[in-house]
Ligand binder design. Sequence first.
Ligand code: GLY
Length: 399
Amino acid sequence: MQSSRTGRTGSDVLVIGGGIIGLVTAWRAALRGLRTAVADPDPGGGAARVAAGMLAAVTELHHGEQTLLGLNLASAERYPAFVAELEAASGQDTGYRACGTLAVALDTDDRAELRELHALQQRSGLTSEWLTGRECRRLEPMLAPGVRGGLRVAGDHQIDPRRLAGALLTACERAGVVLHRSRAARLTVVRDRATGAVLSDGRALDADQVVLAAGSLSGVLDGVPDEVRPPVRPVKGQVLRLTVPRPYAPFLSRTVRAVVRGGQVYLVPRENGELVVGATSEELGWDTTVTAGGVYELLRDAHELVPGITELPLTETRAGLRPGSPDNAPLLGPTALPGLILATGHHRNGVLLTPVTGEVLADVLTTGALPDFARAFTPLRFGPTPRRPLPPVRLERTA
Ligand code: GLY
């Protein structure tokens, strides 16, 4: 890091936001030889502190999201090598488990919806296997007797997002990334070029390239010209954590999820006994209140799926904010403002898309262009952004 005569500090790359997307960008940039800094009051925090960590490219497939599917699959494919490299670089375990996923149906309507998903997966060339209710319960004996059928997705795995964030933070520090533990208050633009940011403590940071990777807050950073402001909005998710007491009785051996009365619920079992239950999806602006209704609905649906969960201690309740985009896909790469690059809008797929985002952003930062396979995710696809209707942010840092 260099200090100029004006007392400003400079780097090749300044990443605004130290969640998993900002950190993977910084780590990959530093490995490519770029002097890199990150601005965040709480690096390693953000939405990853709440997320369950499903790597669900196949089970979370939606109609109309074929392009996003390609990126999701590209990232899922990179996960094993990415994790091996990150664990070696940080000396930390990320909790990656290649355990697969079982998606089940509890009534006739749920089964019809799951059949639809199976057909869509088949049309998309994806691998999933239809099972009867009895076959589902043979795989997961804790499932409710009423389960009507399900889909076994052998390739959808999980990681512990908190450990992932911790490992990325250590890897960044070891790679020489400078961490400014302060909030970026304003983007600096000089003569139609992004040149850095001013922090909430008043420090000014200069950089040749600025990456805006602040999750749901990316859409409300001061100083970003309206025409390049990312159209990202907060989408609230409430998530519960239960604990399977020691010694861990086999409870669930893989991620189990279901459509229950049209809503989605998932249970993600970790090897350390944590059982994550998620998640609501609420368009409530910056609200991160954990509500009685949210907890009730998650427990009600999870109990219908796996009745034994009511015996477990409820150890944590939290809400986080997904960075939603208009087409549910991320915004990656250069904007129309020279020097300003985006890595945001990952919505439900931030954890899954971490490896590929790091690679794509490192390419952008070193070559100036998106690699071919990621061109569809250019922020330019939305054109100039209209003035945003979002209310002012009330939170210090939420996602
Ligand atoms: N991908 C899971 C969620 O966003 O709830």
